[in-house]
Design a protein around this ligand. Structure first.
Ligand SMILES: O=C[C@H](O)[C@H](O)[C@H](O)COP(=O)(O)O
Length: 262
């Protein structure tokens, strides 16, 4: 059974589909987290089962692990894999230099460890995520639960010295309780509005005791595949021009979506 995807969903699907062309037989893959990454996992599973593609993946969250187990994507741990060929993951925002904000789904810590342990990181996103200046999306910062109120206050205080528009932060909640990450930490979301200097911000934050990691990915991603609702997919590589790739033919697209839903 095939169906029409909503424009944002179709953009994510197209980006994930194009990302699959970067995957080669025998690769060890970092498997990202989120709705765009989930499209990639479903497409990857389809190629594994249909074409016998031989890959192994390291999931970046318990959610991704559960989904990939259900889809039959072979998994391993980062310790067993040692090093990865390629990580494919979504983003909440990306700028033209491929600095990212990640962590909207709370998986930033494992995502950053996995992406850093990879030869290449490829970002997949819908066009709405692409921005000139980062910061409209609240920056997730993972902190230890012990003394979290104090850590949050110190973070807000430290932001006074930086080129940002806002300094408020909120503790992320889930069912009215603090959201707890896979590694047992909390997340505070920083409402910065605009990030003038991402590197200075990242250093400042990670120097604060109690801060585990930030959702700023700087110099980690090498390429991005951006799905546009109009149907084109743009591949953007650092220091290169955008490349526009034609979408699949409508029948081919419907056929593939249908197979994923079977
Ligand atoms: O923690 C979650 C991840 O960083 C996601 O990659 C990010 O939030 C983007 O998710 P989505 O593809 O659902 O927009």
């Amino acid at each position: 059974m095939s169906r029409e995807l909503s424009p944002p969903d179709r953009a994510k699907f197209l980006a994930a589909r194009q990302a699959l062309t970067f995957v080669e037989d025998g690769m060890r893959l970092g498997l990202g987290t989120g709705s765009t990454a989930a499209w990639f996992h479903r497409l990857l599973a389809e190629r594994i089962h249909r074409e016998g593609l031989n890959v192994i993946g390291v999931p970046t969250s318990s959610r991704t692990r559960d989904l990939c187990n259900a889809l039959g994507v072979p998994l391993t741990t980062l310790d067993d894999a040692g090093w990865l060929d390629l990580t494919i993951d979504g983003a909440d925002e990306l700028d033209e230099s491929l600095t990212l904000i990640k962590g909207g789904g709370g998986a930033l810590l494992l995502e950053k460890i996995v992406a850093t342990a990879s030869d290449r990181m490829l970002v997949i996103a819908d066009g709405a995520k692409r921005v000139k200046t980062l910061g409209a999306f609240p920056l997730p910062v993972e902190i230890v639960p012990f003394g979290w109120k104090t850590t949050k206050a110190i973070v807000e205080e430290a932001l006074a010295d930086l080129d940002v528009d806002g300094r408020n932060s909120t503790l992320r909640l889930h069912n009215s309780e603090p959201f707890v990450t896979d590694e047992g930490h909390f997340i505070i979301d920083l409402h910065l509005g605009r990030i003038g200097d991402a590197t200075a911000l990242a250093h400042l934050l990670t120097d604060i005791p109690g801060v585990v990691e930030t959702g700023l990915f700087i110099g980690i991603a090498q390429a991005a595949v951006i799905g546009e609702p109009g149907g084109t997919v743009i591949r953007m590589t650092l220091h290169e021009e955008d490349r526009v790739i034609a979408p699949p033919a409508p029948e081919e697209e419907q056929d593939l979506i249908g197979r994923l839903e079977d």
